[in-house]
Design a protein around this ligand. Structure first.
Ligand code: SF4
Length: 141
């Protein structure tokens, strides 16, 4: 079971990770501190601290952390500018494996320079941008 499905397990897991603070945070020459580069860490140690997990589970965990372990708060998150926002349910809304092929096509179009997920790229469908119209915002991107 993904840890994020049980917020108390997730809190325990974060407390467990904190025990490695002394090994993963180093003193810097300027007197400050900095986390080590995980790419330089011994793999076994890294896996001890952060057992490998699907990246979308990691996103969900971060969102729960951000929202005080309140799943309902993650569901209602209004921080649409956050890079994690589309993925906060622990799923990829662009994935065609979830039957969202149109979204994947639009995302690929955007990646190929056709613009940011332009709905007009999806033939025969008009879903609108999904963004609410703002008063006086006509003509703004
Ligand atoms: S999407 Fe929302 S809940 Fe998730 S990290 Fe961003 S601000 Fe926090």
């Amino acid at each position: 079971m993904a840890r994020w499905k049980n917020p108390s397990l997730l809190e325990n897991e974060r407390e467990r990770r904190r025990q490695y603070q002394g090994r993963l945070v180093q003193k810097l020459p300027d007197g400050g501190t900095g986390g080590v580069d995980p790419r330089d860490l011994d793999r076994a140690l890294l896996e001890q601290v952060h057992p490998p997990a699907p990246i979308l589970d990691v996103v969900r965990e971060k969102c729960l952390d951000c929202s005080g372990y309140q799943p309902g708060e993650v569901d209602r998150c209004t921080a649409i500018a956050c890079s994690l926002w589309p993925y906060r349910f622990g799923t990829n809304p662009f994935s065609n494996r979830k039957g969202n092929a149109e979204a994947l096509i639009r995302a690929r179009g955007a990646k190929q320079g056709k613009g940011p997920l332009a709905d007009e790229d999806a033939p025969g469908e008009d879903h609108g941008s999904g963004a609410p119209a703002l008063p006086g915002a006509e003509g703004t991107p």
